[in-house]
Design a protein around this ligand. Structure first.
Ligand SMILES: [Fe+2]
Ligand SMILES: [Fe+2]
Length: 214
């Protein structure tokens, strides 16, 4: 579990800036092994490879957004335990980010050119949710993770049948996202109003449409 520290606003700003730079410009390092590592590479045709890359680019963008949301929320969390909870989940999202980047590279593709925009928008949304209080903050985590879980399920169906390497990564990610939502629920999340959940789903639909292409 992440250590609970009392941080000044400047510490929080520096932490957030460091995360943004590593997420967007560096090579985020996973703490767990890539789940697809032991799975042999499939012989994908051009169309299958492009489709798998499009889906993994969406998942990579999703993880860029997850970093930004969690870090934005942690930057304004009031209770140190809530902040520690958010930062712990952010570490698992870093694993997801690194695994998706690895897989994109293996598929001969690259991350979305719009990642700085996705990061900035998600950080602002995370901070706005966090400023409403820790119950809302955790409620936002629950809604985000449930929506991500649903889209990972869709991708598991949509990936080329033979792409077991991508599938192995998405399966572990999905299990993690379910746990993130359950943990946030147990930590005292409030259920978000339906219009907010629908707005989040709309924004994620736009992100997915753009990220699939580039
Ligand atoms: Fe994730
Ligand atoms: Fe998550």
């Amino acid at each position: 579990m992440t250590t609970v520290r009392h941080l000044s606003p400047l510490d929080r700003l520096l932490d957030s800036t460091q995360n943004a730079l590593i997420t967007l410009l560096g090579s985020p390092r996973a703490q767990r092994l890539n789940p697809g590592l032991d799975t042999p590479e499939a012989a994908l045709d051009t169309h299958e490879r492009q489709h798998a890359a499009g889906l993994m680019r969406i998942n990579h963008v999703g993880e860029v957004c997850a970093q930004a949301l969690y870090i934005g929320q942690a930057a304004v969390a009031r209770d140190p335990a809530t902040r520690a909870h958010l930062l712990h989940a952010a570490q698992e999202e870093t694993d997801h980010l690194a695994w998706c980047a690895d897989r994109l590279h293996e598929l001969g593709s690259r991350p979305s050119v719009f990642n700085p925009l996705w990061y900035a928008g998600s950080f602002a949304i995370g901070a706005a949710a966090g400023l409403r209080g820790d119950g809302w903050n955790l409620g936002f985590v629950v809604e985000t993770e449930r929506q991500v879980e649903a889209h990972l399920q869709e991708h598991l169906h949509s990936l080329p049948l033979t792409d077991a390497r991508s599938r192995a990564i998405l399966s572990v990610m999905k299990d993690d996202e379910v746990r993130h939502a359950d943990n946030a629920m147990a930590a005292g999340a409030r259920l978000l109003p339906r219009p907010v959940a629908m707005l989040m789903a709309g924004a994620s639909h736009v992100m997915k449409t753009v990220a699939y292409r580039g």
